[in-house]
Structure formats: C-alpha cells, structure tokens
Design a protein around this ligand. Structure first.
Ligand code: DX5
Ligand code: ZN
Length: 217
C-alpha cells in the first residue's frame, strides 16, 4: 500500500496548524514540508521555525524536502521529534555521501531528490545508504505545475534496480500528482505520493485525501 504526503506548500499559511491536523485526521501518512531558499530554487517558502510550530499539533510525521544549498549547515534545524525523513537534492550537494551521513547522525532517515534532468545513475554509489529516493516530476520551486512524464520511466527503472540489488529505500514522487495519475505511479513502484495543490486546492480537503487513499491502497 502506497502512502500519501500532502504538501503544505499549497496550504493556507495563516492556518497551517489547522490544515495539518485536518489532512492528518483524514488519513495523510506524512506532512510534506517544502523548504526553499531562493538560491537552489527560484522561490522562498518557509523555514524550520514554522515547521517547529507544528510540533504543538497532533499531525502525521514530517517528510522534509530541502530545496536549499548548504544542507550541512541547516539540516539539524529540521530534525525534530516528528521528522521521519530529511531529503536533500543531489544537485545541491558537492559531497553527497557526507551530507547523507550527516542526516543519519541526526537520528532521522535520509533521502535524496533528483530533478527531472538528473539521471538515477547519479545515485549508484549511494543507493545502499539511502532510506528514500525522491523523483521530482516537476522542476522544483513551485506548486501547481504539470507532471513531467519522464518521471514515470525513472520510477520504473529505479524500482527494478532496487529489486535486483535487494535494496530497501522507498521511492517517492513529487510534483503534478493528481487523482488521475496516482494509480500509474503506484503501479510503477512508488511508495509515497506527494500532492500539494491536488489536496489543498480541493473544495473538500478531507474528501480529497480519502479519494487519494482509496486509489493508492
Ligand atoms: C515543488 C515542491 C512540491 C510541490 C508540489 O517544488 O517540491 O512538493 O508542493 O505541488 P503540486 O502537487 O501542486 O505539484
Ligand atoms: Zn516537495
């Protein structure tokens, strides 16, 4: 059964706590936390202080997606008691292996994200160290973009590499995920689906989470 991680990037920032609780109660498995620094991606979202405020609410665990440079400097701020994964970008890390070890040293699971133009072969030497691989299906920086189909091929390829090598990282997809492509993504090998606008843009957010969960179960 695949899991759903609604992205708070598409939520109403004035009601973050309330919305995080709402999706959690509806069945969200993780809260996807998109952190953007205005350098690695051309947008600025929110930082660790905002995420830490959510610790006061009863929510699903955090799935932190760092779209930032200098991950070694900031990762620790995001390793809270509710953090399950911290995912960093392959493209943002000069010493990727070191940064993965650093995340593990903080006591959380480590993921690496790949932009649409980055081959999964770039992770060959670190796959064994990873708990999660995030396949970006849009160019990171903004919510509400259209799904880029090459992501589906990358997921299939990654799932077969995982099987051949008996590895156990989870595969996550992020960007342009909607009800219509959810089943194909799970069939291709995805374990976690991130959905921002498809969840928080819905008229009835609770109902939308349940619709997703029904499709990906
Ligand atoms: C994009 C972010 C995504 C974004 C997805 O840079 O990493 O998590 O919130 O939004 P949707 O689901 O609207 O494409
Ligand atoms: Zn994301």
């Amino acid at each position: 059964m695949a899991k759903l991680a609604p992205s708070l990037l598409a939520a109403d920032y004035a009601k973050l706590g309330e919305q995080a609780v709402k999706v959690t109660k509806a069945g969200a498995d993780f809260l996807h936390i998109d952190v953007m620094d205005g350098h690695f991606v051309p947008n600025i979202s929110f930082g660790a202080a905002v995420m830490k405020s959510l610790n006061h609410y009863e929510t699903a665990p955090y799935d932190v997606h760092l779209m930032i440079e200098d991950v070694d400097k900031y990762a620790e701020d995001f390793a809270t008691r509710k953090t399950e994964y911290i995912t960093i970008h392959q493209e943002a890390c000069t010493h990727l292996h070191r940064s993965i070890q650093h995340i593990h040293s903080l006591g959380v699971k480590a993921g690496v994200a790949l932009n649409p133009a980055t081959s999964i072969l770039t992770l060959e030497n670190v796959l064994e160290d990873l708990d999660l691989v995030l396949i970006m299906s849009v160019n990171p920086g903004f919510g509400g973009q259209k799904f880029i189909p090459i992501a589906l091929d990358k997921i299939e390829e990654l799932a077969s590499i995982r099987e051949e090598n008996k590895l156990d990282f989870v595969i996550e997809v992020d960007g342009g995920v909607v009800l219509n492509n959810a089943k194909d993504l799970v069939d291709a090998g995805c374990d976690i689906l991130v959905a921002g606008s498809a969840v928080f843009g819905a008229e009835d957010v609770r109902k939308r989470v349940k619709e997703f969960k029904k499709i990906i179960k």
